[in-house]
Design a protein around this ligand. Structure first.
Ligand code: IPE
Ligand code: IPE
Ligand code: MG
Length: 234
């Protein structure tokens, strides 16, 4: 794999609602169409050798949407995991979850646990789903855990460093994203991976998520390959 291929791609899959509105369809039809884009991206990662794909599927803030949409999204998620389980096992895809699993409806939670378990031995592609995820909450949880260890005397305050924090994030053990893609043209990160994105290259496209094709993913990789990453150096 050439150096110019990102190891880890993170995606803010945005624009499903607008895609549906443009067609006079309910928002859920947009979310349903969006799951096809996930399939295309996963396949493109398998083909190009991207090792980690992190998808922002549902933020902690998304719980405030109407119950009809939230329930529909949870059902869609459960269905997606159910339909993809065997393929993930076969293709060497390992599923990971970041976010608050306890918030999920029990059937959805059970399906998630089942697929996490079924794919735990895989390593060809790590597919990380951010569900009920908040970057600030993730950092706060890490701070709380560090504070507990300091209080109990296991950790010296002077020993708190980036490694200590990273070990307590949902993404512990994973490389930081090299490339962040956001669809639908919004120029914000919406509480996604606040710690991990510190030096990530950002690619924003106006395409709405359900319209996002394999070529769009490849174009993002090409854009990434043209960047000069300096990490503060010269
Ligand atoms: C992204 O699409 C999917 C989720 C946030 C679950 P949106 O539902 O945010 O679509 P827009 O931004 O309203 O078009
Ligand atoms: C971010 O999209 C969350 C996901 C893609 C799951 P939103 O549509 O919720 O973000 P905002 O509200 O435009 O910032
Ligand atoms: Mg949106």
């Amino acid at each position: 794999m050439p150096d110019s291929t990102p190891r880890h791609v993170a995606v803010i899959m945005d624009g499903n609602g607008r895609w549906a509105a443009q067609r006079g369809l309910p928002r859920l039809a947009g979310h349903e169409a969006g799951s096809k884009s996930i399939e295309r991206c996963v396949q493109a990662c398998l083909d190009t050798g991207v090792e980690y794909l992190t998808l922002y599927a549902f933020s902690s803030e998304n719980w405030k949407r109407p119950a009809l949409e939230v329930n529909g999204l949870m059902l869609l998620l459960e269905r997606f995991l159910n339909q993809k389980r065997d393929e993930m096992v076969r293709e060497g895809i390992r599923l990971h979850h970041i976010g608050r699993a306890d918030d999920l409806p029990p059937p959805c939670r059970r399906k998630l646990d089942e697929v996490l378990h079924a794919t735990a031995g895989n390593s060809r592609l790590h597919l990380v789903l951010a569900i009920s995820y908040s970057g600030r909450t993730e950092i706060l949880d890490a701070i709380r855990s560090i504070a507990c260890d300091v209080k109990s005397g296991v950790l010296d305050p002077g020993a708190i460093d980036a490694t200590q924090v990273e070990a307590r994030l949902g993404t512990a053990g994973m490389p930081d994203p090299d490339l962040l893609i956001r669809t639908s043209g919004e120029m914000r990160i919406s509480n996604f991976l606040l710690w991990q994105l510190s030096y990530t290259e950002i690619h924003v496209t106006k395409k709405l998520w359900p319209d996002f094709q394999r070529e769009d993913f490849l174009a993002a990789l090409e854009d990434y390959a043209s960047r000069s990453r300096r990490f503060g150096g010269v």
